[in-house]
Every structure is written in structure tokens, then in C-alpha cells.
Ligand binder design. Structure first.
Ligand SMILES: C[S@@+](CC[C@H](N)C(=O)[O-])C[C@H]1O[C@@H](n2cnc3c(N)ncnc32)[C@H](O)[C@@H]1O
Length: 269
């Protein structure tokens, strides 16, 4: 039986789960071991369905039955702990009571991710994990084919991104460019029109830019603070905007802009 009760938060077997709120510690630990965390029953089930290999599962006593149907089928230990042990271990009240540590898979190459794709989202330096997760969720829900990340964009498999995406990070094909400077050129060579999303009033509207939507489009979205870099703005084929009302609001949150743009580009064409 792979279910193991662990009474002590300092037990080495729980090392994958330590201090989930400590971003720096987690980044180095997750990179070192090639792992990521999934939180909540639904998200853990989605990771399993997507074929990620669990390293272990962690259930609080109250939620010990939550995954009863899969516990016997996973080839990994399932640790059960008291609520107080979970709180000491992860650093907050784990009210969902279900966590799992998964092994990452190697990221596919750009060719593989873009094969057959016609609508893609490209994130430059989006730094907030919750924003990345929300964009994956919208893009997946609205039918975008793939997501491409710039080298400095936040990690979609970081716990907060996974959680906010509700597991969309497991099913949406994505990869990361290793060259920020020249990476966009590769998309153009694969036939994508590069649409730089910006609130600038002298840009054209997204609806005008895509017309009847025939063709292959890459929507480029920029960072929360400064938006797209000059380099990417220059490399784009056209700068496009979602028209804004004149209410002294300069721009939309990047997740809102992404959702509206995906709707316009995918659903509304
Ligand atoms: C918070 S905004 C950045 C604002 C920044 N001051 C700028 O001018 O781009 C983050 C990203 O959301 C997208 N965005 C926000 N509002 C937009 C709009 N009205 N039209 C098109 N894209 C928008 C852009 O891609 C932008 O890089």
C-alpha cells in the first residue's frame, strides 16, 4: 500500500513540500529537482490526466479520501498528514488539503509547438505568476493553439500559475524561446503575422488588423509595468490595440487584454 502517514513536518520524505510561499527557496528547489507543485483535487487530477509523473501526493487527514479512486493507481507514495503538520510544512493553511509534487517534462521545441497552429499568444516579460496562469486559462478556454514565452517570462509551472490556470498549463502546448533578441523572427518565418498588443492610441484596432481572420497570427503581450520592449514593438508587423474609453485609464491589465484579444482573434472570427 502506498499510503503513508507522516507525523512530523521535518520528515525528509516531505522535502518537496517545504515553505511553498518562499518564492526564492521554491525556485531553486524546483529547478534543482525538476519538479512542480499542483494544488487542489481538480488540478492534481488534471496533471495526472495530462501524463505528468507524480513524485508524491500529500493529503491532509480531512481530505484523505479525496483521491481515493486514484491513490491505488499512482506509482508514487501518498503521504497523509494532520492539518497542523501541513500548515507547518507549507507555511499556510492548506484548506484544499490536496497537494502533489510532479516531475517536469522537457519543453518541446518551437517547431513542435507551432506545427499546425494558426493562433498563438506570445508573452514577453510577464513577471507575475498569477497573470501567466490566468492568460493560459483564457487562451485554453478560448481556443488558442499554443503559447510561446520569452526567456524572462514567469514560469507557467510555478505553483501560483498552475493554480490560477486551473491546470490549463498542462494541456496548452507551450515552449520558451531561448533567444529574446531574434526569437520573433522564427515566428515570422513560420508564416505568423506578429501583432504587438499596445494601448497606444496611434496603433490600429485589433479588429482592423485581423480583418476576416484568414492567416496565422501571433499576439504579442508585454510586461505588467512597461509593456512590450522597443525591440519587440519594432520587430512586429503591426501594433494593435483594444480601443479604450476615455476615462483616464491608460491600459488594461495584461490578463484582461489577453482574454479580449483571444476572443476577438479566435472566437469572433
Ligand atoms: C498593463 S499593460 C502595460 C502598459 C504599458 N504602459 C504599455 O503602454 O504597454 C500590459 C500589456 O497588456 C496589453 N494591453 C493592455 N491594454 C491594452 C490595450 N488597450 N490594447 C492592447 N493591448 C493592451 C499590452 O500587451 C501590454 O504590454
Amino acid at each position: 500500500m502506498n499510503v503513508i502517514e507522516v507525523p512530523d513536518a521535518d520528515d525528509e520524505r516531505l522535502a518537496d513540500y517545504v515553505r511553498l510561499r518562499d518564492v526564492n527557496l521554491r525556485k531553486s528547489l524546483e529547478a534543482e529537482h525538476g519538479l512542480f507543485m499542483a494544488e487542489g483535487e481538480k488540478v492534481v487530477r488534471r496533471a495526472l490526466r495530462a501524463g505528468y509523473r507524480p513524485r508524491s501526493l500529500l493529503l491532509t487527514e480531512r481530505r484523505a479520501a479525496a483521491l481515493a479512486d486514484v491513490v491505488g493507481t499512482v506509482r508514487a507514495p501518498v503521504y497523509t498528514v494532520a492539518e497542523s503538520v501541513a500548515e507547518r510544512l507549507v507555511g499556510f493553511d492548506l484548506h484544499r488539503g490536496v497537494l502533489a509534487s510532479f516531475q517536469r517534462k522537457p519543453l518541446p521545441g518551437v517547431d513542435e509547438v507551432l506545427a499546425g497552429a494558426r493562433r498563438v499568444v506570445v508573452l514577453e516579460d510577464v513577471v507575475d505568476h498569477t497573470n501567466v496562469g490566468a492568460i493560459f486559462r483564457s487562451a485554453a478556454g478560448l481556443g488558442v493553439d499554443a503559447i510561446v514565452l520569452a526567456p524572462r517570462c514567469a514560469d507557467p509551472l510555478y505553483r501560483r500559475a498552475v493554480k490560477v490556470s486551473m491546470g490549463a498549463v498542462f494541456t496548452m502546448p507551450y515552449t520558451r524561446l531561448d533567444d529574446w533578441h531574434g526569437g520573433l523572427e522564427g515566428l515570422r518565418e513560420r508564416g505568423f503575422a506578429l501583432l504587438a498588443m499596445t494601448p497606444a492610441p496611434d496603433s490600429v484596432t485589433l479588429a482592423e488588423a485581423v480583418g476576416d481572420g484568414a492567416g496565422k497570427y501571433a499576439l504579442l503581450l508585454g510586461s505588467e509595468g512597461d509593456g512590450l520592449s522597443f525591440r519587440w514593438m519594432d520587430q512586429a508587423d503591426v501594433r494593435v490595440r483594444i480601443p479604450m474609453a476615455e476615462r483616464d485609464v491608460d491600459s488594461l491589465n495584461v490578463t484582461a487584454a489577453a482574454a479580449i484579444a483571444c476572443y476577438e482573434l479566435v472566437v469572433n472570427r
